[in-house]
Design a protein around this ligand. Structure first.
Ligand SMILES: [Zn+2]
Length: 73
């Protein structure tokens, strides 16, 4: 992941085609080049979530999610 000009593969959950997504489109949804179905957004950086946003984000993201939990106490 060098610089900001790279492209990253996002696999279509419907047809399995790997789509190349530019790094500057992070967080945006797109369309699959194979079946024109919705592609999950590319995330290159961790997305901070709160107890208000966690359920909605995780429930609507169609791919696997890696979560790290921490608390200030
Ligand atoms: Zn597809």
């Amino acid at each position: 992941m060098a610089g900001t000009g790279g492209k990253f593969k996002v696999r279509c959950p419907a047809c399995g085609v790997a789509n190349l997504i530019p790094a500057d489109r992070e967080g945006e949804t797109g369309k699959c080049g194979g079946c024109h179905g919705a592609l999950p957004p590319l995330y290159l950086h961790p997305v901070p979530l709160t107890d208000r946003s966690f359920d909605s984000f995780v429930a609507h993201y169609p791919g696997p999610v890696l979560a790290e939990f921490w608390a200030p106490w």
